[in-house]
Design a protein around this ligand. Structure first.
Ligand code: PEP
Length: 236
């Protein structure tokens, strides 16, 4: 399984150093052989010392460097060895990131060869009107689904940070639909927690999870990782 932590606007440089140390110490042999762990801290907290997980960027501007006030370019990510990025998270789309900007970011990431977690997801009214698949198909048109370092995260907006995950049937239906279009690993995100991750990990075509709230504390994120690992150990 792929377990990705989106720390959002949480953690300072000092607290993320403690987080990274705790995660590194908690991630041992078996867990690492079976799972891929990604963590997206705020850029101001990037840590030079991570060992057992991949550190990624929640955001970047599609440039090497230059006159882009407030933005972070490839040169700044390179300094920390960051080669993994999130694109299209609904919280950034809500801030006004257009399909055009998302495409520019995607093209830049492809050129750089970065592992790219591309987030898609519908809001509650689209979901309730039965328009989820059409909506997601439109979002997917914006990128090259054959990019070899692509991961797609299905994150229904109404499930993010609400404590109300999509049901297993809903997740399975959407992931099957996306799977018809791409062989990229598929993640689910939206109120994943220690109580529901076992069930979500067992859904067909679910290759991993993108976790917000339940990942902000390293020990809680480790707990999620252990639930998934035990599930596989007990199945094999
Ligand atoms: C997210 O923001 O990517 C997310 C999945 O958040 P949460 O787990 O808090 O719903």
């Amino acid at each position: 399984m792929i377990l990705a932590a989106n720390l959002k606007c949480n953690h300072t440089r000092a607290s993320f150093e403690r987080y990274a140390k705790a995660l590194d110490e908690g991630l041992a042999g078996e867990i690492l052989r079976e799972n891929e762990i990604l963590v997206f801290p705020p850029a101001s907290a990037f840590c030079a010392k991570v060992k057992n997980f991949t550190q990624g960027a929640q955001n970047f501007y599609p440039c090497e460097s230059g006159a882009h006030t407030g933005e972070i370019g490839k040169a700044m990510l390179d300094e920390f060895g960051v080669k993994s990025v999130l694109i299209g998270h609904s919280e950034r789309r809500e801030l006004g990131e257009s399909e055009k900007l998302l495409r520019a970011k995607f093209d830049f990431a492809v050129k750089a060869g970065w592992q790219t977690v591309y987030c898609i997801g519908e809001n509650l009214s689209v979901n309730e009107a039965g328009g989820t698949k059409e909506f997601l198909a439109e979002q997917l048109k914006n990128i090259e689904l054959g990019y070899e370092r692509l991961l797609i995260a299905y994150e229904p907006i109404w499930a993010i940070g609400t404590g109300k995950s999509a049901s297993a049937e809903q997740i399975e239906g959407v992931l099957n639909f996306i799977r018809e279009q791409t062989s990229a690993p598929l993640l689910y995100g939206g109120s994943v927690n220690v109580a529901n991750i076992g069930g979500i990990a067992g859904i067909a075509n679910c290759d991993g999870v993108l976790v917000g709230t339940a990942s902000w504390d390293a020990s809680k994120f480790l707990e999620l990782i252990r639930v998934v690992s035990h599930r596989y150990t007990s199945l094999s």
